[in-house]
Design a binder for this molecule. Structure first.
Ligand code: ADP
Ligand code: ZN
Ligand code: ZN
Length: 743
């Protein structure tokens, strides 16, 4: 007879404070060999031996505790608890694949039961003309009411200020805020969650019959589902080719089969239009998760899912962990988006975890994009994933005609403006015929940073290796550590007094446009104009309603709404995103340019896109202008293969953090020697990370490449083992498998 293990480590009830400590129980004979890792068990807990439920996390033959202190497992939890069991397996998978501890993985996977009040984000909004505010501020100054004065001056500079900023950074009390509201200087606005569409909006959504391309996809995947062999699918479809319509049909089929659907979207891409289409089909059986919800609100949604009150959840990557009992379909829209990868340990990628969940539940994974990630297309090429192509725009209309403009030639012929002659001509025409224009600058810019015009340096945080931003009330703030400092009058590096805030690129473009076309209304969308909640939607919808003729923005404007009146898209400096020192720079540029170009010509009129660049011969530019994904893929994949980057190989980044630069760097060296001694080759570093210091912690990074993921897993295990005995002096480590950026 094979002896089962005698003891089991059990994690009791998944409540956050107990997660980190498993308790050891004895396995009674009758359960020996039956209980395994992942089993759900009933156990006595605490002084009163109250019966609780728990998960077995490990089995062992020995236990150091005194015999009398160990209690017996009472039994297995009855019945199927598929959602919970699945969560546990997923957590184990995440831990094994991405590193970190089991409890970190469980925290990512299991909704936290929090008895917290929903967090309300409030914003103070100016309601009085600036002149009147100035008078009030002067009066407050005379009366020595300094907090009140501070707040009023802040309101003069900024129309909207988050209340958290008012209380924390400006150090203004609630009663002062109230007095300002009472006198009518400002009001409070609180955030609302995604608004549900009204009935009339739902009725407006037309019923559509699929075209043949769409039908092929729906039928093929539907047949696999019916045959019980649902797999992974990639829909490569140009923007507007009707992917969402395909998702809707597949979701409908799944729900009819009494199974549930998880629809993943990158947060920012959830448009009101998409939402309305889902509501019109599924009504109250749909629920939306978003990242601004409190954990309590998220937990409520999970409870509804568990109770069977909803069939479809729409949300960002964490929606993957909705505890549905019988998942039939996971859809991943815009599957190439970087926001699908978690930024915190465990740094899992939603695509991989979705695959695992589908495997466990026998569900289909349907991914879609106009510009698929190299990872997915690579798998499709190798036959791991079934590929479908949608090549036509579903609602008619055609792709815009795209021209590449060589900015070097513009310079040679004496045009120093940010607009090429060709773009200027097309803008003139569009304006005259009353069409709309989008101008796109593919870089955030350095808005709000303070730079010295003598030595060229920017003012950086003393604790972090990043520039500080200028804020209300002549203060500098660091967005990494929250530290504030008074705005210096002299350059900290050279002592010069010529310090000036850098303007965002988009702001400069807008100023230029306003000079060129004084009678044309413009809207600007970037980090600065969208910091207040809801402003993103507001700008897009006022552009959609024709309140402005030109929309200027960063990459935010390439997603979301359809604008049928846009006939011209101008990409002002396509190279900006190519200049980033990262192995994904070309892929990002290709994606951005393809999407941006695709914004024109959505309606009846044909569209034009102009790509202005200093590198007109670069393949990312040429292929995006031609909307030729396959050609881009071939060139880019050849580069990844030669240079050894994902998806040609897997890459593990190990980051060490510590408050002492020397100690951290020498531990990193020691670690890389250990890795080498275990036979790993293709090691890069250790080297300081791109951002070498945050919050007074220095960062060093080591990369290891290997085509075989198991090899990397064993390297990671070696590192974890080595570091458990070594890590001290507040140093710590983070692993990142297949990082989306060089760190
Ligand atoms: P994607 O998700 O690929 O960008 P959508 O599904 O949003 O595309 O479709 C783009 C537009 O075409 C939408 O307005 C949609 O209503 C419309 N559409 C989709 N499929 C069809 C179809 N078969 N016939 C007519 N219009 C369609
Ligand atoms: Zn200087
Ligand atoms: Zn800082």
């Amino acid at each position: 007879m094979i002896q089962g293990s005698m003891f089991a480590d059990v994690i009791i009830d998944i409540s956050i404070d107990k997660l980190d400590r498993p308790f050891t129980y004895r396995i009674p004979d009758r359960l020996s060999g039956i209980i395994c890792v992942g089993s759900r068990v009933r156990i006595p807990f605490g002084g009163g031996n109250k019966e609780k439920k728990g998960y077995v996390t490990a089995l062992k033959d020995r236990c150091d505790l005194e015999d009398s202190k160990i209690k017996d497992i009472l039994g297995l939890v009855d019945g199927s608890i598929s959602a919970e069991e699945r969560s546990f397996e997923i957590a184990a998978y995440i831990k094994d694949t991405y590193g970190g501890t089991l409890s970190q993985a469980l925290k990512a996977v299991i909704p936290v039961k929090a008895k917290v009040k929903p967090v309300e984000h409030k914003t103070l909004v100016r309601k009085m003309p600036v002149d009147e505010l100035k008078a009030l501020a002067d009066e407050a100054f005379r009366l020595k009411r300094t907090a009140k004065e501070r707040l009023l001056r802040a309101l003069i500079e900024d129309e909207r200020i988050p209340v958290s900023f008012v209380t924390r950074q400006l150090n203004v009390s609630g009663s002062t805020v109230n007095s300002i509201i009472k006198c009518g200087a400002a009001t409070l606005e609180s955030d609302t969650e995604y608004r549900k569409p009204t009935v009339s909006e739902i009725q407006n959504s037309k019923s559509i019959s699929l075209n043949s391309e769409q039908e092929t996809v729906v039928n093929a995947i539907g047949e696999d589902m019916d045959a019980g062999k649902a797999g992974t699918y990639l829909i490569h479809g140009i923007t507007g080719s009707g992917k969402t319509e395909v998702y809707l049909r597949l979701a409908e089929k799944t729900v009819l089969n009494k199974k549930q659907v998880i629809f993943l979207i990158p947060e920012i891409a959830l448009t009101y239009q998409t939402l309305a289409r889902f509501y019109s089909k599924f009504g109250d059986r749909v629920s939306v998760l978003n990242s601004s919800m409190s954990s309590g609100e998220k937990f409520d949604q999970c409870e509804r899912a568990k109770a069977g009150d909803i069939d479809i959840i729409i949300g960002p990557r964490s929606a993957l962990f909705t505890p549905f009992n019988d998942i039939g379909l996971i859809i991943m829209d815009e599957e190439h988006e970087p926001s699908y990868k978690s930024e915190n340990t465990p740094k899992y990628h939603a695509r991989e975890v979705a695959r695992k969940i589908c495997e466990l539940s026998g569900a289909a994974l349907v991914m879609g994009s106009a510009t698929p990630s190299l990872e997915s297309y690579y798998r499709a090429e190798r036959g791991d994933i079934r590929l479908f192509e949608l090549k036509e725009r579903a609602s008619g209309g055609s792709l815009p005609q795209t021209e590449i403009i060589d900015l070097r030639a513009e310079l040679t012929s004496g045009n120093r403006s940010m607009f090429s002659r060709r773009l200027k001509t097309l803008m003139d025409e569009a304006i005259t015929s009353g069409d709309q224009i989008m101008l796109f600058l593919n870089r955030r810019g350095f808005s709000g940073q303070l730079s010295c015009r003598e030595c060229g340096k920017v003012v950086k945080c003393t604790h972090c290796d990043v520039p500080m931003s200028v804020h209300t009330g002549n203060k500098l703030i660091c967005h990494y550590c929250g530290d504030t400092a008074p705005k210096p009058s002299l350059c900290p590096s050279c002592g010069s007094k010529y310090l000036a805030a850098i303007k965002a690129g988009t702001e400069a473009v807008e100023e230029r446009i306003n000079k060129m076309y004084p009678n044309v209304k413009t809207l600007r969308m970037d980090k600065d104009t969208t910091s207040a909640k809801g402003s993103y939607d507001k700008i897009l919808s006022s552009f959609a309603e024709g309140e402005a003729q030109i929309l200027i923005g960063t990459q935010m404007i390439v997603k979301g709404h359809d604008f049928p009146n846009v006939t011209l898209v101008g990409i002002l400096a396509a190279d900006l995103s190519l200049g980033v020192p990262d192995y994904r720079a070309s892929e990002r540029t290709f994606q951005l340019l393809t999407q941006a170009c695709g914004r024109a010509g959505r309606g009846e009129k044909p569209g034009y896109s102009i790509i202005q660049t200093y590198q007109p011969e670069h393949y990312a530019i040429l292929t995006s202008a031609a909307q030729d994904y396959k050609k881009f893929y071939d060139e880019e994949m050849a580069y990844r293969e030669t240079a050894g980057y994902p998806p040609a190989v897997h890459m593990l980044a190990i980051q060490l953090f510590g408050p002492d630069e020397k100690k951290t760097s020498s531990l990193a060296l020691e670690l890389s020697d250990v890795i080498k001694s275990k036979g790993a080759n293709r090691i890069l570093g250790p080297a300081p990370a791109n951002i070498g210091k945050v919050m007074d912690y220095y960062r060093f990074v080591i990369y290891i490449k290997n085509a075989d993921m198991d090899e990397l897993t064993s390297v990671r295990n070696v590192c974890e083992e080595f570091l458990t005995n070594k890590i001290m002096n507040q140093m710590y480590v983070q692993f990142d498998l297949d990082p989306l950026n060089l760190i």
